[in-house]
Write a protein that binds this ligand. Sequence first.
Ligand code: ZN
Length: 260
Amino acid sequence: MNLIGRTTRKRYYEDPYLAHCSAQVLRSNADYVELDSTVAYPEGGGQESDRGVIHLPDGRCIRFVEAKRMYGYAPRLEGFPDIQIDGVIWHMVHPDDRSVAAGIEEGVSVDIEIDIERRARLTLSHTASHLVYVGIGLFRPDAIPGILGCHIKPEGARFDFKVAERFTPEEVEAITIFANDLVCRNAPVRVESHEVHADARIWRCEAHQMPCGGTHLTSTGSIGLLKIRRKCLGTGKERLSCEFVDAALDLSPYQGRTPL
Ligand SMILES: [Zn+2]
């Protein structure tokens, strides 16, 4: 348990395709709404946050433009460097809905839903980013310790590195071929939780694995063929970006799904 003694139930880990659920308001003000459970994935691990709407019982709505994990703690688990678990999730209120959010009483029952197209794009982008990252580890292992960050957006993903040597066109091509081979095989993707800490999760695809708390496809095929571009950001700094021009976005798993 974290310092504030409460956690938000993270429905996106129980069912990553659940697009809505009912919840109870624990805190609400003009800036954020905290619920006892949520389907909204907060920004984390470079993946941008979900957006969506909280429906009040009287028919009014509060749009949230971001979900943030707050008050998590580091459990110091072997194999999970830098991880933050538990914590609560704040749904950051759209500027035009601040007065509505400020007037909500604690304990009110609401329904929360996410923008499923945005979630589906982020999930695809995030899964693709793993394939690229594994490829970088194979063909440029020296770059991995120098990673400066990653940014996973709906339309693409990118990694920045501090490296002594730039990525050559041949290396970028080898990484691209590796990632696209996994796409063409429609390789299954699995995510497993730590047996004690459910927020500590491992992504697996064939023989590859890494700790990751993001949202992922269940297989790689719908990513479509990846394109990877290299950009020099200055002396010793390189960026690899990937985009998904052939992606097959499938919203059907999210539609008509009901909470367990
Ligand atoms: Zn991931």
